[in-house]
Design a protein. Sequence first.
Length: 462
Amino acid sequence: MKLAAEERRARVGGPPGEWDVIVVGGGTAGSVTGIASARLGARTLVVEALGFLGGTATGALVTPFMRNVAGGKELNRGLTDEIKARLRAQGDGAVDPDGNDNWFNPEGLKFVLEDLLLEAGGEVLYHTYFVGAVVKEGWIQAVEVHNKAGLSTLRAKVFVDATGDADLAVAAGAPFQAGDEDGHHQAMSLRFLLGNVNLDDLSRFLTEIGLPQPCPSFMHFAMAWGSGSPLEPLFQKAVTEGVLQKRDGDYFQAFTVPGRPGELAFNCPRIDTKFDDGTNPWQLSAAQVDGRRAIRRLLNFCRRYLPGCEESYLVAVAPLVGVRESRRIVGDYVVALDDILNCRMFPDSICRNHYPVDIHPVRGRGRRWDDLTGTPYSHPDAFHEIPYRALIPKRVNNLLVAGRCISATFEAQASIRIQPNCHTLGQAAGTAAAMAAQNGVGVRDVDVSELKRILREQGCVV
Ligand SMILES: Cc1cc2nc3c(=O)[nH]c(=O)nc-3n(C[C@H](O)[C@H](O)[C@H](O)COP(=O)(O)OP(=O)(O)OC[C@H]3O[C@@H](n4cnc5c(N)ncnc54)[C@H](O)[C@@H]3O)c2cc1C
């Protein structure tokens, strides 16, 4: 028997009351948003499509955290520090000989984020997809979700969109941008883990060919055509011998992972550039197939050409395709490349960034840090700020956006999107959302100097 939507909702039953804050999406930004909001005493629910927190960091196996440092100091502190300390305490995080404490095990991160959220008093609803917004005169009344119980609505005073794709903001009528000026997105990747690697042998080999490794437990190596990597002749040979396709050398990168001895996490393959839209389910499906086929080739390549990998096996292919950039909201302020290059400061700043503009292009090579030399941003002490207004989508009064889909141009997003910034943006969004809910105001009426005072008290650099 087919039930009308209203009847189905009534049968499933409403949620137990109303939340102060509902966060849609429990990835890097969303889980931290939930923790920050719950810690301020707001009744907080995180709605997540998957069965764990961490999103791209855990489900797409994206490790390590990229370093965001100016003047020798980390710019992301607060909850980022707590997450890293918890990871180290459970053996899933580590500090390398250079003092870089950003190495982590994605599987361990799932536990850390969940513990922190639940300890703060936050609630989580897994295996639940956001599908629609109930909006009245610019105020979101409720979100419509779908899960094994069917359709239901969840009500809150304030909402945070941390879906990475701005699903809620767009459904609520907020304007957005997507891709570059031609509508092309950054390339997607399907990451994987390789096990039973003899890291001593591999480290020795890489050091011998001119890719020195600090030690076998902290390895990082990469190759892209034309980058001058000493691995290029090996790739060329593998292409000639039919083991690899030419495109497999467009981007190849691997890292060791703390807590997983003998394993490497690969930041590749890059998906066929025909498929670049992470909000198109048909393209995402094609990307999964294309990525898995490329992983089979790379597995063969590693076993046959890389000393130390002869007996290696595939531990896991990421369940999620890695989407670097999809939709970005148009907010009360749009962070632009010019703001970054000129190290722009804002009175309502809630995050500081000094990461290169890292475009993984679908055509040709990306514009990276090298191209920015001579700008104020290239100075090692430089950083730019991100204003609170970049989290506020136009046309909606009780919604903030956190993570990779905040209000920024294509180029600016390519610098901002790294996980430590997503933490800090989430901490600001969660704190501001709780303040708005508790004071009964919209997100534009949050006292920003009070918000910054609280964030500073929590250790954030603002
Ligand atoms: C291939 C790749 C490599 C990268 N390399 C690095 C790196 O080495 N280091 C680094 O720091 N950063 C790296 N980045 C960038 C960084 O990982 C991401 O920008 C960041 O993780 C995005 O976090 P987020 O919270 O905004 O989104 P996500 O982590 O993608 O979280 C979104 C969450 O929302 C959920 N969701 C989405 N839609 C819905 C819905 N409708 N209903 C319910 N839930 C929903 C998803 O399941 C997910 O959990 C990389 C990114 C990619 C793709």
